[in-house]
Design a protein. Sequence first.
Length: 87
Amino acid sequence: MLTGMTILIAIVSLLLMAAVLIQNPKGGGVDSTFGGQSANQMFGAAKSTDFIEKLTWGLAIALFALCIITTLMVGSGGTTGQELLSQ
């Protein structure tokens, strides 16, 4: 289970990196990066920016939650430092 969570965290991290790299710091977004006018016609300038921004926030929240869940899974399965000191 822990291996699956680690793989899932890696996939979400790669998707988050891709979403951040797609964004244009000047606000152009997908329309200026992938195909110029054709992407602008397909998505529209405002819709592509909104979609990528929502995707980025969703992936960041998912990564945060997965890391916390994985930490709790690891912490519940092992011994703590206090238990090792008391032995």
